[in-house]
Design a protein around this ligand. Structure first.
Ligand SMILES: [Mg+2]
Length: 453
């Protein structure tokens, strides 16, 4: 993985210096000396991270950052503002423009590589999630219409100094909900139990090692994705580097600057919500890809994937496996006479009757249209015929009430096939059930037919 770093600075010597140091660590580096060109390169998708100088003639770094963050194509490229050490206000302005981090000139090597690596990881993760969403092609907008905000965060503060706790909670109170815990072990339980957007951890606790808590937060499944903002004193570089190594996302130097605290918390909360959103979307997309939207049953794609493994299991265990294919009789006339909404009502109610008649281990799917499949592990042909008969009765015994109030009498035809250990593939078993279904139709419908072996 070689990340592409874009360095933007109007002073050629600064460009050369950063370029050489990054190349020495095997990053790919591109350099430009002005904002518009940088925006151009980012819009073409050619940068994974931007190191952005603040003071440039023409368009300054803040404006470049604002524009990148306002464009959906570039909003999620991490931006590191490179600011002068004697301009602390620049850090806050940069973070407020949407920057993800900042470095102060002269840039310290260890800080440079630590921050760049951590942001590269974030960018790669983001890209992968977005790509997975796009590749499923379900028409889901991976980022949603609204970009998540960094307000109203649920924050866990782990600090044992009353004055510091007081200062932080007072500063954050108007924007976030803060829970305070002085004991890291209690904090760990709390973090695993509740949904926080950010943990702020003091690395200078009296009786405990704050780094140990950071490490534990990173290793627990429930808290692995929780951003950590560490607080350190300026003379404790070793502890800070250990923290960044462990996976601390960002840090604040004491004494805390109120605006910096607010801005950094906001950035982390926004990042957390963004990655939550992507994960939820991927989850939803996966479910949509496997689920029939109308009935909530599994779909054909899911059936095809799982029938193969059910057949394999059956061949290994020697236990029987049966499939039922169900087709609603004369369904077209329901749609033609009562409209498609009534047709959908019948399909949903039909699904409910299937659900009530099968076991939890049975796999019920809608193949499409008015055709359904139930796969039944550990079920031989005579048992499968009984289930088919029970399903047929469940459909025919009671009228279906549809949206316009009409009561429709509906029947279904059912084909049954049981896996032949000597000759069947998943496809041939389904095919035999399908042939049986058509025999049931031809013999007058509203009946169950078993496949020929
Ligand atoms: Mg400059």
């Amino acid at each position: 993985m070689s990340a592409r770093i874009l360095v933007v600075d109007d002073v050629p010597a600064n460009l050369k210096l950063l370029e050489a140091r990054l190349r020495a660590e095997y990053f790919e580096v591109a350099c430009v000396n002005n904002g518009p060109e940088a925006i151009e390169i980012c819009a073409r998708g050619q940068a994974d991270i931007i190191l952005l100088d603040v003071m440039m003639p023409g368009m300054d770094g803040f404006e470049v950052c604002r524009r990148l963050k306002a464009d959906p194509r570039t909003a999620y490229i991490p931006v590191v503002m490179v600011t002068a050490l004697d301009q602390p206000a620049d850090r806050v302005a940069g973070l407020e423009a949407g920057a993800d981090d900042f470095l102060t000139k002269p840039v310290n090597d260890i800080a440079l590589f630590t921050r760049v690596r951590s942001l590269v990881r974030l960018k790669m993760l983001t890209d992968e999630l977005a790509m997975r969403v796009a590749s499923t092609d379900m028409g889901v907008d991976p980022l949603g219409r609204d970009v998540p905000t960094g307000e109203n965060g649920r924050i866990l503060l782990v600090d044992d100094r009353p004055s510091s706790v007081n200062r932080i909670t007072t500063t954050l109170a108007a924007h976030h909900k803060v829970s305070v815990e002085a004991n890291p072990q209690e904090a760990l339980f709390l973090a695993a139990d509740r949904d926080f957007d950010l943990a702020i951890v003091s690395l200078e606790l009296e009786a405990y090692d704050g780094l140990r808590l950071c490490s534990q937060l990173r290793s627990l499944d429930r808290t692995r994705m929780l951003p950590i903002l560490a607080m350190v004193s300026p003379d404790d570089n070793t502890k800070l580097l250990r923290g960044l190594d462990i996976g601390v996302n960002d840090y604040l130097m004491r004494p805390l600057d109120k605006n910096e605290l607010l801005a950094r918390v906001k950035t982390q909360v926004r990042r957390k919500r963004f990655s939550d959103r992507l994960r939820d979307t991927v989850q939803l997309t996966l479910e949509m890809a496997m689920t029939d939207g109308l009935t909530g049953l599994h779909n054909r794609r899911y059936l095809e994937r799982h029938l193969t493994s059910l057949v394999d299991q059956s061949l290994t265990s020697g236990k029987p496996l049966s499939v039922l294919i169900l087709d609603i009789d004369h369904f077209k006339s329901v749609n033609d006479t009562h409209g498609h909404d009534a047709g959908d009502d019948v399909l949903r109610a039909f699904t409910d009757r299937i659900r009530r008649s099968v076991r939890g281990i049975d796999l019920a799917c809608r193949l499409g249209g008015e055709e359904f499949v139930v796969v039944m592990p550990d079920t031989d042909e005579s048992r499968a015929m009984e289930v088919g008969e029970r399903l047929r009765e469940a459909v025919a015994a009671e009228a279906f009430t549809v949206a316009d109030g009409a009561a429709l009498w509906v029947t279904a035809s059912i084909g049954v096939a049981t896996l032949s250990f000597s000759s069947d593939t998943p496809q041939s078993m389904l095919k035999r059930a399908d042939v049986a279904l058509y025999r049931a139709k031809n013999e007058g419908r509203n009946r169950v037919a078993a496949a020929a072996a």
